[in-house]
Structures are given as structure tokens and as C-alpha cells.
Design a protein around this ligand. Sequence first.
Ligand SMILES: NC(=O)C1=CN([C@@H]2O[C@H](COP(=O)(O)OP(=O)(O)OC[C@H]3O[C@@H](n4cnc5c(N)ncnc54)[C@H](O)[C@@H]3O)[C@@H](O)[C@H]2O)C=CC1
Ligand SMILES: CCCCCC(=O)O
Length: 501
Amino acid sequence: MLSNARFLPLGLDAPRLREGALAVHSPIDGSLLARLAPQDGATTDAAIARSVAAFEAWRRVPAPRRGELVRRFAQALREHKALLAELVTLECGKIRSEGEGEVQEMIDICDFAVGLSRQLHGLTIASERPGHALRESWHPLGPVAIVTAFNFPVAVWAWNAAIALVCGDSLLWKPSERTPLCALACQRLLEQAAAGMEEVPRGLSAVIVGGAERAVQLADDRRVALLSATGSCAMGRALAPRVAQRLGRSLLELGGNNAVIVAPSADLELALRAIVFGAVGTAGQRCTGTRRLFVHAAVREQLLERLRAVFAGLVVGDPRAADTLVGPLIGGEAFTRMQAALAAARAAGARIDGGERVLAERFPAAWYVRPALVEHPPSVTNSMEEVFAPLLNCFEYAELEDAIARQNAVPQGLSSAIFTTDLREAERFLSTTGSDCGIANVNAGTSGAEIGGAFGGEKDSGGGREAGADAWRAYMRRMTATINYSDALPLAQGVRFEPAG
Ligand SMILES: NC(=O)C1=CN([C@@H]2O[C@H](COP(=O)(O)OP(=O)(O)OC[C@H]3O[C@@H](n4cnc5c(N)ncnc54)[C@H](O)[C@@H]3O)[C@@H](O)[C@H]2O)C=CC1
Ligand SMILES: CCCCCC(=O)O
């Protein structure tokens, strides 16, 4: 169980987290961290009602004051960065540096949102009619439900929450049932940030602890103005139609099946490091993880030889240890799915290095694996499924056109990358007929997005965008106004409509 005092600064009073039906285990060793009481339909309904009331008050607060709450929250995150990162590692198993990076990502998006609170720019537009003006403005939207995945237990919510708060919305967070403690900790820090700001209404942010059924309830409820759902494509297919059924709004951040293309002119050491981080970072459990490698025949053996050596030498172990690069999978199901993919590849003639379970004696109730390098035979030209594990599918190509076509020939379209020092190849990859993904990098890996760019993917990856650039517009209601300051009433397009009398 959680130690009594360790996470008390994050509001996690361990003795009170032991009575519920939802058991929370650490993937590090399988130990029981807490037992939380999942919310039922009635308490969730009441939380939605409170969120509507809070929204109606919050939208009246000037945006820069809404930004002040986010600024204070960022301050609280800075003060508790190490402790929150430790909780992230404990609850989802990512290594310390990645846990700290995730909390930094929260701070960065808050800083971005504070600046945004003095912008939220609209437009003045030239009218075709004398004495008229057109104006586009953006208004708060309403309660935003945020459904999140286990692998980024705090950053994905923060990407939504910081922007939505500045935009004047209220928040309903349904975290992964694997990482609810991180959510409770963030909620506490936000409440601390709000202390002393009398304009912050009660119920502005709420955490809905529970499983899929709570996400479905949020999807079905007309009072939820936007459902921002991050998770697998299967989850997206389950929730998006329900929101569409009530003509509601969804923002979908779903699965990836991301590829790296390595061309003959590539800096192979750079490519090697990016591919390894992309393939095994977060134990292969990033949505942007590198799942596929298309390497040109001219450099294939050179690169694969280096990859085999690096994969074999990676330190797999307790993610709290300073030298660990690969922590555990989130659970046994993830291990089973990985082994099934390896068995299928082996049966089709692939050469497989790694993939086996390790540290089983030391961690009998946890799932550590040696990252797997899967070198497919020429008869196997692609892999269509996202296997959420450190498993890199390797393919050879001869023509760049073919590599780009194969990269795009999968249902997902999240992240992509090319390693080349040939300008023509790089620009070809970024052109209209190049990568079809929401993210396309040159000489940088598929993972590790900055918050300044809009983040998200195409096709089965959901089409949503979060974080930077202009993603904020999804959290607001758009209005086009025509102001007639003349004493006439000319109709647009010169329409004549003169009723008699
Ligand atoms: N595009 C993006 O920004 C990101 C995408 N992901 C994707 O998330 C997946 C890994 O995370 P997991 O937590 O295993 O995903 P998951 O889809 O199992 O769960 C995600 C969330 O959806 C809920 N959920 C799952 N199935 C549901 C259903 N049928 N109906 C209603 N709610 C449901 C869960 O309770 C959880 O809160 C991967 O596919 C990964 O690519 C993860 C992080 C970011
Ligand atoms: C919230 C974070 C999503 C994935 C960021 C990345 O690894 O590119």
C-alpha cells in the first residue's frame, strides 16, 4: 500500500484509500497501492450537474483571471514536480526521467495557457454592405469530459485542462482505472491553486474514478459539451458514435502505428538513438512509439547490427533505479498481446531478437520484457496493428516512394519520421503526397512531441488535436456576428424582399 505520509502533500491520505472496490496496483512489482471507491451513476450525475453550475459561473470570469488559476496551478506543479513524478512512476511504471518529463509537460502547457488567456483572438471581417461589420468571437463552451489513458496519467489531462480552464470551461476527468491516484493528486494541487481565488466556483474540476461505464455515461450525457477521449482506437470506436448520436462534440486522440524511414544518406547514429527511444521509451507504451522501421537496403545490415547490440544491452528493471531505461509493461495482458504478435511474426519467418520476459524471479507479479527486434522476411511487407509494447518491426525498402506508401498503408496516422540528409527526400516526406500522419518529423524520432505544436493524428488515430498552436478552438463556441450600424436593411447578396404595406 501507499506509505502513509509519502504522498500526503499531494492529498493522498493513504489510510483513507484502502476501503474501495477498485484495486490499484503498481506495475513495478504488482503491489497493491490503494483500494478506491469507484463512482456510480448517481454520483457521476451529480458531478455533471455541479460541473454545469460551475461552468455558468466560470464563463463570467474574465479570461486573464481564469489564466491566473492556471498560473497558480503551474506554480504548485513546480513545487511538487519531483513528488508527482514519483507517483507517476509508481502508478504507471515509466522511468524517473520520463515521469519528470511528463510533469514538465504539464507545467509547459500551463505556461502556454496563461499566455493564451490574454489572447483567444477573434476576427473583424469586412462586410459587403455599407454600415455593416462582421465579427468572429469565441465563447466558453461548457463542461469538458476528459477520458485518459494509463501511459500519460497526468500530461494528457493537463493538455486538456489548462486550455479548457482558460477557455472558460469546467472539467470532468475520468482517468484510466489503472492510474486514478495521479488524477486525485492533480485534483488536489488544482484545489490548492484555487484557494484564495473567490471567483473559482466549487465543482469547477472533478475526478470520476471508475472504468469504461463512467466514460460511457459522460459520452451519453447532453450536458457534456465536449468529450475529449484519449486511448485506444477500440475505445474511440466505442465512445465516438455515442457522442455523435446526440450530435455532441468529440476530440479523439487514439492509437498509433508509427514508422521511421531510414534513407541511405541518414546519419545512422542519430537514427539509432531516435529509433531506440521511440521503440522502447515508456517500455514501448507511448502512442507515438516507433512500431515500424523501413530501412533502405544500402544501410540495412549496418543499422540492424547496431540496433541488435543496443537492444541487447538496454537496462531493463525497476523504473525507480537511476540506470534503468526500460521499466515494466502495464500488466500481464500487455505481455500476452506482445507474445502473440511475436509468435505470429516467428511463424511467418521473422528473425526475432529479444521479446522474452525478464526479472520474473525478482518481480513475479510484474511484467518486464527484453525489447524485441523483429526482422521480417521480404514476403512480409508491413504490420497493421498497434502492439503496445517494446516491439520494433523491421522492413527493407529500395525506393522512397514504396517506403512512404507502406508507411501510410495502415489504419492509423499519428506520428512518423524520416532520417535523411537529402533535402529532396525530406521535403518529399513532408509534402502533400508524403506522410499522411498528424506528426511528421525529419531527423527526429516519432516520440517526444513539444507542447507548442498541435498534437494528434489522422485516420484511425482520431483526428483530434491537443496542446499547442490553435487547439484551443475545440474548447470554445464560435460566433459570427453581423452588426448593422446604418438606418437601412440591405440584404446580403443583394436579395430584394419588399413586402407590401
Ligand atoms: N493519441 C494520443 O494522444 C494517445 C493515445 N494513447 C493510446 O491509448 C492506448 C493505451 O492506453 P490504454 O489506457 O490502454 O487505452 P484504453 O483505450 O484501454 O483506455 C483509455 C481510457 O478509455 C477508457 N475505455 C477503454 N475502453 C473503453 C470502452 N470500450 N468504452 C468506454 N471507455 C473505455 C478507459 O477506462 C480509459 O480511461 C494506446 O492505444 C495508445 O496509442 C495513449 C496516450 C496518448
Ligand atoms: C501527452 C503525451 C502524448 C505523447 C507525447 C510524445 O511522446 O510524443
